[in-house]
Design a protein around this ligand. Structure first.
Ligand code: SF4
Ligand code: SF4
Length: 543
């Protein structure tokens, strides 16, 4: 019989929630063992080459992969954290003994507290021929491209327009893969509109109220048949169309990985808004079993920012309970983290999460205003197509045309209420405001804006542009964000595109800001014929 090792805190899962939980507890002197089944830490962060939304405190504006580097660096420096890589937790028993498989050896541990941050698995979709080679989950595509540097295909059809579907589509394009279309069964786009709009500007069609009927191909995927859906989710007759592609990527949701929790008989409820079966827990992330906590996607599917805050709450809660000092300070930090989480969830995009948490018995008495209008603007057209309406655009432009005469000014094409503020925080002239709430839509004060272009590179949604209407008698200049290779060079003539990726005119690159400060989101100034200053929002470099 092998010896049982005592632990103070075992954190299961080395993704954003697990890393944050381990650090939060270890920083208050708790001895933490962090078990990760893979041979590296990071969970989903390792694949996330895009910048995060959310609040500055939780790394808004920083790429997931860079957040991971920072967290790993902190973990490595922290003497209270022992990292157990390639360590799969196989079981947890009634006496809280945990078995971990490492290097073909089974070890037993007896932790005083456990935080489960085991994440989620991808959902699959039933359709004809869904077992053909060439059908991937979006997470698998991201792993192939961003972890192993392997392209999954040359022309992909994406199913699902949640943030993961939109982000992976963008990453496929960055890797040089064509995205034939994004198919979404719901009548509106599931992810953030800024992600959808940047794909539309690259010419990718987003087909809402559509679904996949079958995959076509003998040995592997050669195409897919899709069709339109009516408001009752029934197929609309004679709307079938064949889309040619050599891979189909499914991004149709995630399910919390609660198997170990169920093994330990943690109480769970089925809450569709949170992705499936989720553990009952209190606001400190403690489950129905004392000293057993959860954090991140295993407790309900949400953004990585929320996962990191939940990790902090769980880690701090353990430190408060079993640590010896700083109880007051820890309590204050837990309160701050809860308030931050509440703020992130308080806007329209947090409604689903709030509903799910309510079903778990959480958030009673919280001051969410469920009656505020869904959006400050009517963005139904934008959420259906990914392209803003004339009305949306008018709302963000100066009320008087003469404002353009003062020189370059920033135009924000961000129309949806969701938690994000790097534009506000990046402007050195305080020219962008969200009226004190991170969930509000950002507006530019054209009086204060100097047209410096800093916000163009800092916006994770690529939704900030600078327009210099009267650059010359006949030309305007638009500064656009650009995240593709090859970069254009100064003086190069490029194809200028509109918000649907359609060719508008040729433009001349007159300046490129692409240094450390821009952090791989170049700000490219393109000179164009004056008539296009309100339409030109993307460009293509001829290879
Ligand atoms: S262009 Fe410069 S001054 Fe204007 S809003 Fe952006 S960062 Fe602020
Ligand atoms: S414009 Fe501001 S709020 Fe909108 S995506 Fe960009 S940084 Fe976030």
């Amino acid at each position: 019989m092998s010896k049982i090792e005592n632990l103070e805190l075992l954190v299961v899962g080395g993704g954003p929630a697990g890393l944050s939980a381990a650090l939060a507890a270890a920083n208050y002197g708790i001895k933490v063992s962090l078990a990760e089944e893979r041979e590296f830490l990071g969970g989903q962060l390792i694949k996330q080459t895009h910048r995060f939304f959310g609040s500055e405190k939780e790394y808004a504006g920083t790429r997931g992969i860079d957040i991971l580097r920072k967290l790993i660096d902190e973990v490595n420096k922290n003497k209270n954290i022992e990292v157990l890589l390639s360590s799969r937790v196989l079981g947890i028993y009634e006496d809280n003994v945990v078995t971990i498989l490492n290097d073909h050896k089974m070890k037993k541990y007896y932790p005083q507290s456990i935080i489960f941050a085991t994440g989620a698995s991808e959902k699959f979709l039933a359709f004809e021929n869904n077992d053909l080679p060439g059908i991937f989950g979006a997470g698998a595509v991201q792993t192939l491209m961003n972890v192993y540097g392997v392209l999954p295909a040359t022309n992909v059809l994406m199913i699902g327009s949640g943030n993961i579907g939109l982000i992976v589509s963008y990453q496929l394009l960055q890797a040089g893969v064509k995205v034939a279309a994004i198919v979404e069964a719901a009548p509106k786009i599931g992810g953030y509109s800024v992600h959808a709009s940047k794909l539309r500007r690259l010419g990718v069609p987003i087909l809402t109220s559509h679904t996949i009927k079958k995959a076509i191909g003998k040995e592997k995927v050669e195409g897919a048949v899709i069709c339109e859906l009516d408001s009752n989710w029934n197929e609309v007759k004679d709307t079938e169309q064949l889309i040619k592609c050599d891979a189909i990527c499914l991004s149709v949701g995630l399910t919390p990985l609660v198997d170990l929790l169920k093994q330990r008989k943690v109480k769970t409820n089925y809450v569709s808004e949170l992705g499936g079966y989720v553990p009952l827990r209190d606001e400190n992330m403690e489950t129905s079993i004392k000293n057993l906590f959860v954090a991140g996607d295993v407790s309900g599917i949400e953004e990585a920012t929320a996962a990191m805050i939940e990790g902090q709450i769980a880690g701090l809660s353990v430190a408060k309970r079993i640590g010896k000092n700083n109880k007051r300070e820890i309590e204050k930090r837990i309160e701050d983290a809860k308030n931050e989480l509440e703020l992130l969830r308080s806007g329209p995009v947090g409604k689903k999460i709030r509903k799910g948490l309510f079903k778990l018995g959480l958030n009673h008495g919280k001051n969410y205003n469920e009656n505020f209008s869904e959006e400050a603007l009517d963005i139904s057209h934008l959420m259906k197509t990914g392209v803003p309406s004339e009305e949306n655009l008018k709302n963000k432009l100066p009320s008087e045309e003469k404002v353009f005469d003062k020189g370059p000014i920033a135009i924000s094409e961000c129309f949806q209420r969701f938690p994000c503020d790097p534009c506000v925080k990046s402007c050195p002239f305080n020219a962008i405001s969200e009226n004190g709430n991170i969930n509000n839509i950002p507006y530019v004060d054209f009086e204060k804006c100097t047209g410096c272009g800093i916000c163009v590179s800092k916006c994770p949604g690529l939704a900030m542009f600078v327009v210099h209407k009267n650059f010359s008698e006949t030309t305007s200049v638009v500064i656009m964000p650009y995240e593709f290779l090859p970069r254009p060079h100064r003086g190069e003539i490029v194809k200028v595109l509109d918000r649907e990726g359609k060719y508008l005119c040729d433009g001349k690159v007159i300046r490129i800001l692409d240094g450390k400060f821009q952090d791989k989101t170049a700000a490219v100034s393109i000179e164009i014929p004056k008539e296009y200053y309100l339409q030109a929002r993307n460009f293509k470099v001829e290879e």
